[in-house]
Design a protein around this ligand. Structure first.
Ligand SMILES: [Ca+2]
Ligand SMILES: [Ca+2]
Length: 219
């Protein structure tokens, strides 16, 4: 409960700094491009994010027109940072684009025109044709699970499908490589996210076909 209060106070602080974002949004709308402002970049950067990477990120979303907040991953649901695969349509296009080449620990303010966000129809509570602004903070970047190379490494029994045990073993190795081993609940959370998004037929396995479903998606 306390954590949640702190989270929302953080969101409110962000909320108070929005007037500058509105200026940025106006120019973004003119050229229809994603605008990126780097707020913080760590000196050490061992791994920059690229398409197919598994990202762990906190992000807060605001409407450019009046600065009102429509999404806060710090208070939404369990309040934990969100897991998603970059560049494959698990987040809006503007975030898939705007979060490329990010280092773990980096913070960005990303202004996204409606065409690369929620479009002409909007998505409640985002109105139609709305430019949105996201403040993102990256906690971790790890390779895969979308590269075919990663699939091969994960599928240790070579049956062309991934069990939870196979994916988990892979993630553990990846995190230990980066010097940040985690506890079991941490991996369980990632696994739940990955399987919810990838195991289309809910049989508890990610088949090669399910794994490849985004392979030819273009932004
Ligand atoms: Ca397998
Ligand atoms: Ca499946």
């Amino acid at each position: 409960m306390m954590l949640r209060l702190v989270s929302c106070t953080l969101c409110l602080l962000l909320f108070s700094q929005l007037s500058l974002w509105c200026v940025l949004a106006t120019s973004a709308e003119l050229d229809g491009e994603v605008q990126i402002e780097v707020l913080f970049k760590p000196e050490e950067c061992t791994q920059k994010s690229k398409r197919g990477d598994l990202m762990n990120v906190h992000y807060d979303g605001f409407l450019a027109q009046d600065g009102s907040q429509f999404y806060c991953s710090r208070s939404d649901k369990a309040g934990h940072p969100q897991w998603f695969v970059l560049g494959v349509g698990q987040v809006i296009k503007g975030l898939d684009k705007g979060m490329e080449d990010m280092c773990p620990g980096e913070k960005r303010k990303i202004t996204i025109p409606s065409a690369l966000a929620f479009g002409a129809t909007g998505k409640d509570p985002v109105p139609p044709n709305a430019t949105v602004v996201f403040e993102v903070e990256v906690y971790s970047v790890s390779r895969g699970p979308r590269s075919m190379e990663a699939f091969g490494q994960m599928d240790v029994d070579r049956d062309r499908s991934l069990t939870k045990a196979e994916v988990k073993a892979y993630l553990k190795v990846e995190y230990e490589k980066s010097g940040k081993p985690r506890d079991d609940p941490f991996y369980e959370k990632i696994m739940a996210d990955i399987f919810r998004k990838s195991d289309q037929d809910s049989d508890g396995l990610i088949s090669a076909k399910e794994y490849n479903i985004y392979e030819h998606d273009e932004l």
